[in-house]
Every structure is written in structure tokens, then in C-alpha cells.
Write a protein that binds this ligand. Sequence first.
Ligand code: BES
Ligand code: ZN
Length: 663
Amino acid sequence: MEQPEVSRVRRLSRVRNHAIRGPLAMVALALVTVGCQSNPQSTPPERAAVSLPASVPLVTTPHNWPDTKSYADPLSFVTRSFDLDLDVDFKNSQLRGSATLELDRVDPSARELVLDTRDLQIDSVKTAPAGGDKFRPTRFALDSRDDELGSALRIAMPRDAARVRIVYATSPQASGLQWLQPSQTAGKQSPFLFSQAQALHARSMAPLQDTPTIRATYTATLRVPDGLVAVMAAEGDAANRRGQAAFHFRMPQPIPSYLLALAVGDLEFRAIGPRTGVWAEPSKVEAAAKEFEDAEAMLTKTEALYGPYRWGRYDVLVLPPSFPFGGMENPRLTFMTPTVIAGDKSLVSVLAHELAHSWSGNLVTNATWRDGWLNEGFTTYFERRIMEAVYGEERARLEWGVGQQDLRMALAELKPEEAWQGALAPDLSLHKGEDGSAVAYEKGALFLYQLERRFGRPQLDAFLQGWFDRHAFTSVTTPQFVAELQDGLMKQYPGKIDATFLANWIDGTGLPPDAELVQSDTLARVDAQRMRWEQGSLATDALQTSGWTVQEWLHFLNRATRPQPVARLQELDRHYQLTASRNAEIAHAWFRLALASGYPGLEPALESYLMSIGRLKLIVPLYDDLLNTPQGAVFARRVYAQARPGYHAIAQRRLDRLMQATP
Ligand code: BES
Ligand code: ZN
């Protein structure tokens, strides 16, 4: 490959990137945005920026709110659609084939296209004019690898090029794919493959502009071994069925890259309602359909709240237990951990959550990961509204109670140097590789709840419907939301909230002191019993737990003072079989309380839990707790060495870091 032209375009693009992302841009940013990293106790002048709606551009562009987690430059080129044509090779754990991108040239003088990749093997790159099929080789260069961001793929774009075809293969270690042996599945007969693209992993599956600022439609063909079934978070061809060699898909609605998703395995479908159904391994499909039978009702109730469902079907794919999340809102096809299938619908708030993302996240998308709360906080608030609409107000209050306690615990666990993680939109260019805390979820949800209480529910609902209508199929930023709130509800109903309120909620790193929490009489009664039990005035066998829901148990366990006397926990365990609990959330909460109290004899149950579940939210805190004591650390390292090969690459990476950080 000749280098000179590429290095020239690279130099050009550096200059351009610098113009967008350099220090001057940051100063301008500080003047117009709300997400500054200020100390919540002091009020430096920039913080007043929150009260300057006129200076916040209504259409925020990558100029003043860049995605620092992607090499793509949306001011040069934007992908409009793409096609994937891939062989699924289980023998070598590789996807192999081509990606063809259709691009708009935003800047007519742009001559370099930068794509995100991670550990991809690039075999050839060709370009063609718009609508043309004559692909000609072009020069390209793969930059060195950044551990967090991967490698920029720089492609020289002739003046008339509008299409790019890249022939490539994924790495067997692709961060966004997990290739499972038959032994890691329920059926034990067939291998299984699934993807997880959020947040920065689509780039390990295909060379793309991997930023939620950009959305594209796509088509895809997956060629699979005989007898396996391929699904994607897209519309499947009517002819797709077991026994076929190739499965075809199309996604007619434009999506951000993190919603690209596929799975291949021994999969069966079972309908729930006219628009809803489940995919799972044959032995799991029945229980899954039962657990998620309210999906259709949830969909209908959410449409009444936030407008039409715009994705056609809503199906759920149940994955093997190594799936690293509770759920992932892949459009038309939520990916779900099997740990939610408790048999009693006690954990279906995860279903409500992923379904709600069809509006908050998939329809109106956080433009950058800094704006993550616009996805997760909105969705958590909507999740509770859906739970209320389908299961009643009391259930919703219980879910709020558990979430509020999660937030208290998450904020309390932040070390002083991690205080920035308590803000709703922390500047991620300053901090690496942190995700998944309760803050974006629960503080974000509580922020919307404050708006509900101050402006009134019908008023907030109308505003949110308008937000979805105005921004359907686009990406949005935090300053944009603040500006519309200021121009909308705050002008319509003056005096309900002010700039200080916004600054406290959005920039402040704790829970604002005047936060109004959701109250639950049921949970208050649980607290009252727990306090008497802790004081010794209520015996363990006198606890009135017979009608307790899973959420009441979680509240009891999470709020219990730590450490508890071992003898008291032993009584509790003897009465309620907590170590043996088959509810993944209850077991998790119990293990945390037990570990904090030096409870003996936990190891066998804890080991089998950690060996059989790969969901980060459930296992990371347990490893973290274990690492707090010398014997715990020995146990954690031994179990991790055994469990690691079965965990997803995302979980391996997170836990490797945790283990390394602990001496
Ligand atoms: N979109 C998230 C999962 C995610 C977040 C993946 C960040 C990668 C990076 C999903 O909607 C989610 O929030 N899942 C939760 C369940 C939810 C009920 C809180 C989870 O995985 O626990
Ligand atoms: Zn979510």
C-alpha cells in the first residue's frame, strides 16, 4: 500500500479534529452547556450557564458537544445505510465477509473517511460512486490500537466516492461477541453466538462510525451452519427458517450503531400477543413465554403514555446465563438474561425497562455516552410508569423503593476521587472506562419524578410526548433537553423550578437535599419491622414475612445495618433459606449482606452463583465485596480463575480491572 496520500489526509483530519475538540471548543462548551465538573458545594460562575437558555443552541451539533468515544467525524461523512454480508464461522469463532456503507459527504472538501474498528482484520477496502457498482481499491490505514477506543480505520475517499466496501473478519476475542460451546447452553447440543454492541463494541463486529450521534438503516445476510437459527434486532425475511444456510434481515428505521445485534443458536419462537413473542432455546421457551406474557399489555400501555410504537414487532430473546446484562434494548428484539425468569414475574421490571427503551433510547437517542441519562434515566422513570399501569401503583412504589436504595448505596460507595460519577452528565473525556452505576438510572429517573411532582403528571406527559415527536429517530444532548425544558414547561408554568434546581440535579454530584422521594407504606412497614429486629425487640421467627414480595425482601436485606451479628443472620437463613434462594436478586442481596457481616459457610453457594451467572450487576459487587478481606480475596481469585473462561469479554475486562486494582 502506498502511504503518502493517506498520511496527507490524516494530517488534514487531525487539524479538523483539533478544531472541533481542542481547548477553544471546550471553553465555548463550558459557556453553553450544563455538564461542567464543578464542586456541588460551590457555585462557580459557569454553573449559572444553566439559566442561560438563549445561549444553548436548540440543535446541538458535534461542534459543541462531541462524542469523545468515537474516531468518526460526523462533520466530514455520515453513514446513511449499510449492508453486512457475513459467514458465521463457529470453528474459528469469526464473522467473515463484507460491510458496504452508503455515505453522505457532509463537508464537500472531505477526502478521508474515519471508521471505528476494534481488533478487526481488514482485507480490502474499495469505493464506488453513489448508486454505482464499480468498486475500485482505495488506500487505507489502520491506526494503532487504543485499549478503550480501538483503532481508527482511515480510508482515502476519491472525490466521487459515496460507497465503501470493506472485506474483513472479526477477532475470536471480539469484545462484542460471545461464542459459546454447546456445554454453555441449556440444550448442550449446539453452539451459540450472541452480540452486545453497547457501548463501544459494534466496532468489534463491523467497521462503522460507532457513535450514537449517527444513525443508519441496514440490511444483513448471515450464513450459518446447518440447523442453526439466526436472529437479528431487525425485520427477518419471511423465508428465514431452520435448515436454511442464509438468513436475511432488514432494518428500515435508522438506528445508532450500538443497537446492531445478532444471535445464532438452537432457537425457537413462541408468540405472546399479536406483536409480541419470545425466542429461546427450546427447553426455555415455554417458561419465558409465561414470564413475559404481559409484554403485549406493556406495549399498549406505553403507547398510551408516549405515542405509537414505531418498530413493528416487539420480541424478546432469552440468552444463556453468561449474557453480561439484565437486558439490552436491541430494537424489535430485546436481549434478556435468563436470571429474570424467576417463575413469578417478580423481576419483569427489566422487561418494562427494555421495552420502554423503544421510546427513550431507540427512538430518541443519547447523542453521546455523556448523555447516557437521557437513555437510562428516562427509561427507568418510564419503566416505573409501565409497572404502575400494568401491575398497579403499589408495585410501582415497591420498584421505586428498591431503586432509591440502589442509588443511596451507589452514592455511598463512591470514593472521594469518584465523586464526579454522581453527576448526571459527567464529562467522560476526563474519565476512562466507567459505566453502569445507578446514578444515570435512578438519579435520572428521580429527576423526571421531581418534574412530575412540580409541573403535574399530565403536563409532564404532554411535554415528553412532544419531545418524542419532535426528535423521533434523532439523537439528543443534555443541553438540548435543558433548553427545551426552559423554553417549554418552565415558560408555560413559571416558578415551579429554577436554575438552582437544574444545577443541583444535573451538575450536582449527590442527591439534592430537597429531593422528593417516592414513599411506600409497605416498605415503611418493612423498615419498622427490621428496626425492631435489629434492636432485638422482635425475634427472627416473629418477623411477619409471609406475604412479602421479592421487592420487600430486597428492601429488607439492602437496608439492613452492616455488619449484622452472625448468629442473627444464621437464624434468618435457617428460617428463610436465603443462601439457597433461587431468585437471582434475592440471592445477590443476601450474599452482599452476609459478606459484609463475615457470615461463615457461604462459599459453596456463592461459588456456584458466580460460576453460573455472568450478569455484571449481580456479580461485580460480589467480587468487589470479597476483595475487601484477605480470605475473601483468595476465594474470589480462585473462583474467578475458574469462571473467567465462561464470562463474556465485557465481564472479563471489567473483572480483570477489578482484580488488578486490588493488591
Ligand atoms: N442499555 C442497558 C444495558 C447497558 C448499559 C449495556 C450500558 C451497556 C452499557 C439496559 O437497558 C439496562 O439498563 N439493563 C439493566 C437492566 C435494567 C432493568 C436496570 C441491566 O443490565 O441490569
Ligand atoms: Zn436501560
